[in-house]
Design a protein around this ligand. Structure first.
Ligand SMILES: C[S@@+](CC[C@H](N)C(=O)[O-])C[C@H]1O[C@@H](n2cnc3c(N)ncnc32)[C@H](O)[C@@H]1O
Length: 317
């Protein structure tokens, strides 16, 4: 068949086969996402319009994307979009692509904040986030909760421009819900100036050991920004900083929730011994049973844990 007669169904079938060899992760989905992007339609429409041939311009644009994907470029950088917590977010080459893994951090953080708000329903909950990227985490929190003031920090102006546009996209999650996200360009927390002690610190920090980055799959190693990945020689630099700095920023019953690498629990438990300000520490698993969230508290039994205990009617201590 001449390629100028190729229909949507033909092209999807061909691309799927092409990607099965070169980029085997999710070949059909990748093909559909790219074609839906070129045709500017929802993915479902590809099936409703399966017999429609593509015109020359559409074929050219699609061919270009296929080549870039075949070379390893992540789909999200090609379409400029990624869905996180059911929110469509802009991404670009400066930002990490938000991962489904990080939804485990969001789930646990929502639960802790909710526990606090059940106790202090009137007061605004004050949160700082280190390394906001696309603002995926604060926007997801605002989608679930009200009355939040989140100070979200990143070190790059290029990244914060993307974050600003994502906040504009999802404005309905902000002032109409009494939520505020304050974006601050800052190296670590050096430039934040919270109006009071923080109730929570949340972060998905860079945590890949520097020497391991080049060994990651090409989509990540060659395309994603290394400042978003590089956790220093042992991958723990940001945890070390947060364990040291956060106690000075948090309220006495404040808590910190951090995403961690699936294999970092043992190292982090050892590291914690150097930071006696922390009185509680728990590693929380994702759906696969991997420890992916580290929850730390400054009081013997943080407020939210007490509430959990009384709700579950269990004795923890
Ligand atoms: C693993 S990414 C997380 C991005 C986003 N929160 C998410 O979960 O998708 C880490 C983020 O930390 C930022 N970062 C790296 N070093 C930083 C520093 N010294 N100060 C502030 N942010 C930093 C990076 O630019 C990146 O956006």
């Amino acid at each position: 068949m001449a390629t100028d007669q190729w229909t949507i169904a033909d092209i999807l079938a061909w691309t799927q086969g092409h990607f099965e060899n070169l980029r085997p992760g999710s070949p059909r989905l990748d093909a559909e996402l790219l074609l839906a992007f070129v045709l500017d339609c929802p993915r479902l429409d590809l099936y409703l319009r399966a017999d429609q041939p593509l015109n020359e311009k559409e074929r050219g644009a699609y061919r270009e994307l296929i080549q870039q994907r075949a070379a390893g470029c992540p789909i999200a950088y090609l379409t400029g979009e990624k869905e996180f917590w059911s929110l469509s977010l802009e991404v670009n080459k400066y930002t990490l692509i938000p991962r489904p893994d990080t939804e485990t951090l969001v789930e646990n953080t929502v639960e802790q904040i909710r526990n606090r708000q059940n106790k202090h329903s009137e007061s605004q909950c004050l949160i700082a986030e280190l390394g906001t990227g696309t603002a995926a985490i604060p926007l997801a929190l605002c989608a679930e909760l009200m009355n939040l003031h989140i100070i979200a920090v990143d070190c790059s102006a290029d990244i914060l421009e993307v974050a600003i546009r994502n906040l504009q996209r999802h404005e309905s999650l902000l002032s109409p819900r009494d939520n505020r996200i304050e974006l601050v360009k800052s190296n670590l927390f050096s430039r934040i100036n919270p109006p009071a002690k923080l109730d929570f610190i949340v972060s998905n920090p860079p945590y890949i050991p520097s020497g391991n980055i080049s060994k990651l799959q090409v989509d990540v190693a060659q395309y994603e920004p290394h400042t978003a990945l590089d956790g220093g020689p042992d991958g723990l630099s940001f945890y070390r900083y947060l364990l040291d700095t956060a106690p000075g920023l948090l309220a006495p019953e404040g808590e910190m929730l951090l995403e961690i690498g699936f294999d970092q629990r043992t190292q982090l438990s050892l590291l914690l011994k150097d930071f006696p300000a922390w009185k509680t520490s728990a590693f929380l698993p994702d759906m696969q049973g991997n420890d992916r969230v580290w929850k730390l508290g400054l009081s013997e039994l943080p407020l939210s844990w007490k509430l959990t205990c009384s709700i579950d009617n269990r004795q923890l201590i």
